[in-house]
Design a protein around this ligand. Structure first.
Ligand code: PRX
Length: 626
């Protein structure tokens, strides 16, 4: 094999589910539907499907059509009939370390059922949307599983988003109910989630009720008739710990999750009960090799797809013990995560390159203070991992024993698409090859495959069970965004190259999506936040490389007449974005420009701004307006 290769050790592969990668890949290649049917058969169905894959109306693929199922039943109820009833399902630790909560699968069922009964009592039923906006606390997990149990569609909004982003997503989904908490803790500071909900709800007529979980205990206003304390509801007779599971069609929507695209407002990606369940269950099992002895920690927030698939659904489907931590990596000290790995005996640790880079900067002494010998597998997701960070993670955290699963996937794919398994030789910075049943292709603008080693657009060739089904309320956009440019193939929006060994190397987004610390944001969202400021006539946001965050947001603003550029105004605009869109979207820098470079048809040439900002050649300027 070419380049630097890390071969799997006997120790890391001895108990691996996948012993013969080539054979399994071959079987999936020869019989895609048979491969997935076999995996689906490991889960519980109220009624088996009539057809594994219905592709009669491409690209609106249907999986396990005719099947009757419920994902929560598979995450919780099925385990109660086994020894797992008494097994730990969830271990949670508060940011300040002062509180630790644990739930067996038995307790998980009680919590989820109680929450489900409460949600039902609020008049929410099958197909209704529920917005969940909370910190990383156990109740967010219960709320998601509870919605799924009764067939309601959850829409989780990341707690790092603010008023405008929340408002837009609640309004678009026409949610009836919001589940939130009084606040969340971040690096010792209070984030006033309920206050943000109150502001967002000023013009959201569909919302009838707000359930508020007490987390911080600080004073918050409660609106009579609309807002209800969760603990008060729990004291009512409706809140009993048993709840019947709604029998769902395999293709019924499970959740929507908003994500940023190239242009316009965020898209609500739709995932389903059946296919998403089979996809997340199988990928977690094979890639992270999860079994009953493991303690699995995925550091993602439930507000993103990684949190949905691998902090909540995937692990519970596998009957795993999940660890959830409320806080971030370096508060109060840069050893917080390493301390937790030692304290809780984490065996599989899945995180993002930005966190690895940030922690690496603090030096080896912090992790070296801790016994990390419980670890056996590591994982990375969200953006390309630079080989330097990969090697540090491998050497200092994994002690050269633990393979790193660099998993490439997207909100839209629901589950891993390009990823190793523990038996696959690794190359730092490459997600290796497509998962079983998948084939990728790298093409030029016209759709012709490019030679190995050359950069091009990354496409996926085969349908897969956990694929998005549509964009909520906008099926045309689903077709035009993902399936139109290269008909019959799924356009990922990423560029990549393949090496001679068939390994894929993701380069990055080719559209106007920015990945800030792995968080997916659209330039359009940042620009529409800026434009609501009285001084701003027009603006352009771009992503530029950043040593720790991967990418950071830089904005160029054209001011309205009567406003003058100043340091203060620049800072005010950064705060404005943070307040409206969310602290995660706070621009690194806002600078002022007399005139934005545009094409003759009026499109902002972000490419030119990017080149200028980095002192690079500006390229072809023939379409630039005079
Ligand atoms: O650019 C790719 C990058 O993240 C994008 C998807 O973002 P999102 O929908 O928020 O999902 C993130 C978590 C699955 C992709 O188009 N990306 C994700 N994982 C990797 C990655 N880039 C390189 N390597 C990865 N492992």
């Amino acid at each position: 094999m070419e380049g630097e290769v890390y071969y799997p050790s006997q120790e890391s592969t001895a108990q691996s589910y996948v012993q013969d990668w080539e054979a399994l890949a071959e079987s999936a290649r020869n019989d895609l539907q048979g491969f997935w049917a076999e995996r689906a058969n490991e889960l519980f169905w109220f009624k088996k499907w009539d057809k594994v894959l219905d592709d009669s109306n491409k690209p609106f693929y249907r999986w396990f059509d005719g099947g009757k199922v419920n994902i929560t039943y598979n995450c919780v109820d099925v385990h109660l009939q086994t020894f797992r009833k008494n097994k730990l399902a969830l271990i949670w630790e508060a940011e300040d370390g002062k509180s630790e909560r644990t739930f067996s699968y038995y307790a998980l069922n009680r919590e989820v059922s109680r929450m489900a009964n409460i949600i039902k009592a609020m008049g929410v039923g099958k197909g209704d949307r529920v917005t969940i906006y909370m910190g990383r606390i156990p109740e967010i997990t219960f709320a998601m599983l509870a919605c799924a149990k009764i067939g309601a569609i959850h829409s989780v909004i990341f707690g790092g988003f603010s008023v405008d982003a929340l408002h837009e997503r609640i309004a678009d989904s026409e949610s009836k109910l919001i589940i939130t908490c009084d606040g969340s803790m971040q690096n010792g500071k209070l984030v006033e989630l309920k206050k943000i909900v109150d502001e967002s709800l000023r013009h959201c007529p569909t919302v009838e009720n707000v359930i508020v979980v007490k987390r911080t205990g600080h004073e918050i206003p409660m609106e009579g008739g609309r807002d209800h304390w969760f603990h008060d509801l729990c004291a009512l007779p409706i809140a009993n710990g048993k709840c019947a599971t709604e029998v769902m069609d395999a293709e019924d929507p499970l959740f929507i999750l908003y994500t940023s695209g190239s242009t316009g407002k965020p898209k609500a990606i739709v995932h389903t009960h059946g296919g998403y369940m089979v996809g997340t269950y199988t990928t977690l099992k094979y890639v992270f090799d999860i079994n009953d002895e493991d303690r699995f920690w995925c550091t993602a927030d439930p507000g993103w797809i990684t949190g949905h698939s691998y902090l909540v659904y995937g692990p519970f489907l596998n009957g795993a013990t999940v660890f959830m931590f409320e806080g971030g990596p370096a508060y109060p000290y840069p050893n917080r995560w390493w301390q937790l790995i030692e304290r809780f005996g984490i065996s599989i640790f899945y995180t993002a390159p930005t966190a690895i880079r940030a922690l690496m900067r603090f030096g080896d002494a912090w992790p070296n203070k801790h016994d990390l010998s419980s670890l056996r597998l590591l994982g990375s997701v969200g953006e390309p991992i630079n080989p330097e960070a990969w090697k540090w993670f491998h050497r200092v955290i994994g002690k050269e024993r633990c393979p790193i699963m660099d998993t490439w996937w997207q909100t839209e794919t629901g589950a891993f698409m390009i990823t190793p398994t523990p038996v696959v030789p690794l190359k730092p910075g490459s997600g290796t090859r497509p998962f079983f049943g998948q084939e990728a292709e790298i093409v030029d603008e016209e759709g012709n495959p490019v030679p190995d080693g050359q950069e091009g657009f990354l496409l996926l060739k085969n349908p897969w069970p956990s694929m998005m089904r549509t964009i909520y309320g906008d099926p045309d956009r689903y077709v035009s965004t993902y399936w139109s440019k290269y008909p019959g193939k799924y356009m990922t929006g990423d560029s990549a190259r393949r090496d001679k060994d068939g390994y894929y190397w993701i380069i990055g987004r080719v559209d106007d999506v920015i990945k800030v610390s792995g968080h997916r944001l659209g330039t359009a969202e940042v620009e529409s936040a800026l434009i609501t400021h009285t001084a701003v006539a027009e603006s352009a946001a771009i992503g530029l490389p950043h040593e720790v965050k991967g990418q950071a947001i830089y904005c160029f603003v054209q001011l309205k007449p009567g406003f003058a550029p100043s340091e203060d105004l620049s800072e005010e605009l950064r705060q404005h974005v943070s307040r409206h869109l969310g602290p995660i979207a706070r621009p690194e820098e806002v600078s002022f420009i007399d005139k934005l470079p545009k094409t003759r048809s009026g499109k902002i040439m972000r490419r030119v701004l990017k080149a200028r900002a980095q002192g690079l050649p500006e390229g072809d300027l023939s379409t630039l307006e005079e």
